[in-house]
Design a protein around this ligand. Structure first.
Ligand SMILES: Cc1ncc(COP(=O)(O)O)c(C=O)c1O
Length: 399
């Protein structure tokens, strides 16, 4: 059978990260390449309890087996909007919040509403490949702007805006970025919003890691600084409850949200109602802050252990990010070195990182950055894995 594929799918390659997972799945591999939250943080007992209560009430259970509305299950919308307003000052007068099937769907639905083929999207370099591929499926041209430890290079951001009149929005992961762990400073957040105003573009702020802060001070979201509906915020329960529940949310101005909701009707009618009921019960009966505090304590321990091992064993020419939250560290090799080579050496010695090119718009060009995940490996794997990796790095730098 000869299939005809749409043009939009022809531009998409399988995610390099997924390909890397195939290579790094060997049972004796120490993997720093995953992107998952630790299963030790999943609130298993609480979720089991609310699920048992829900299914043992026949009338309540029956309601969850019916169709629901596309915006989401009302108690889930209310509990999420209240939290985002009280904790992050994010629900402006005109803002609406809908429940999505993960943050990924929120990003997809937003694009469906605003991107035409041939439009441009400015993205951080490096960035989250899941989103880059979503932008590509809508025919968007991706314009990378290099990330610095305190956010995008603003001069290059302005240059990109000036040179590309078809930019629809700037995509940024302002807090504990995937893959770099960098957090955009408040000054840069304000400046980005100013630039977005000047060039009349939107900002899509993706914040799945926002609540995973384990040290330092909270930085206001860009959405909370916005007064005119220019910023759209995509949130997720994947890292604070579990990714398997596939629950996220999107906050946008009312007019835009109405279009997004029509798009959602056409995509999946609504997000799984049963799961929304379980999660909203969990969120109203249990203390999410206390639950997140426990997860953050675990990630703080793991990040500090990894950095301690790095400080003790890695050559000083390699610069590592020092994140105050999230799941990732970013290592930067000296200029001109390609981390894909380090990746191959690591795999041979049974330790896996993700080479930085996997997060770039052009994933065939050499890149000197690489990502390390600390949420999944055990303490022992962190100690042994960093030691092996440091050996590879030393050998690699001699080349
Ligand atoms: C930056 C970023 N955005 C969005 C997502 C998608 O998250 P979700 O599981 O909520 O779909 C991820 C997942 O890892 C991510 O890292």
């Amino acid at each position: 059978m000869q299939y005809h594929f749409s043009e939009r799918m022809l531009t998409i390659q399988p995610s390099a990260v997924r390909e890397i997972f195939k290579l790094t799945n060997a049972p004796d591999m120490i993997s720093f390449s995953a992107g998952n939250p630790s299963p030790d943080t999943f609130p298993i007992d609480a979720l089991r309890q609310v699920t048992e209560n829900l299914i043992s009430d026949k009338a309540a259970f029956s309601k969850m087996l019916q169709y629901g509305i596309s915006e989401g299950y009302n108690p889930m919308i209310d509990v999420t909007a209240k939290r985002m307003k009280e904790k992050f000052n994010m629900m402006g007068e005109d803002d609406k919040l809908i429940i999505t099937s993960g943050g990924q769907q929120g990003i997809d639905l937003f694009c469906k509403a605003v991107v035409d083929a041939g439009d441009a999207v400015i993205v951080e370099a490096p960035s989250f490949v899941g989103s880059l591929n979503t932008f590509r499926t809508y025919g968007a041209q991706l314009i990378p702007v290099p990330m610095q430890p305190d956010g995008m290079d603003l001069d290059l951001l302005e240059k990109a805006l000036k040179e590309n009149p078809r930019v629809r929005f700037i995509y940024c992961i302002a807090t504990f970025q995937n893959p770099s762990g960098y957090t955009t400073s408040l000054e840069k957040r304000k400046a980005m919003l100013e630039l977005a105003r000047k060039y009349d573009v939107l900002i899509l702020e993706d914040g799945p890691y926002n609540e995973l802060r384990f040290s330092g001070e909270h930085v206001p979201t860009i959405k909370s600084l916005d007064t005119e509906g220019r910023v759209i915020f995509s949130g997720s329960y994947s890292k604070v409850i579990s990714p398997g529940v596939r629950l996220g949310f999107l906050i946008a101005g009312n007019e835009l949200m109405q279009k997004i909701v029509i798009g959602k009707q056409a995509t999946d009618v609504h997000t799984n109602l049963f799961m929304q009921a379980i999660a909203s019960e969990f969120l109203s009966k249990y203390d999410l802050d206390a639950h997140i505090a426990k997860a953050c304590a675990l990630y703080k321990h793991k990040a500090e252990l990894m950095l301690k091992c790095i400080d003790a064993e890695m050559p000083k020419e390699i610069v590592f990010s020092r994140p105050e939250g999230g799941l990732f560290l970013w290592g930067v090799l000296p200029e001109g070195k390609d981390s894909a080579e380090l990746f191959n050496m690591g795999v041979e010695k049974k330790v896996a990182v993700v080479p930085g090119r996997a997060f770039m718009v052009d994933d065939r060009a050499p890149c000197n950055g690489f990502r390390l995940n600390y949420s999944m490996p055990t303490d022992e794997q962190i100690v042994n894995g960093i030691s092996i990796l440091a050996g590879c790095v030393k050998e690699f730098l001699k080349k």
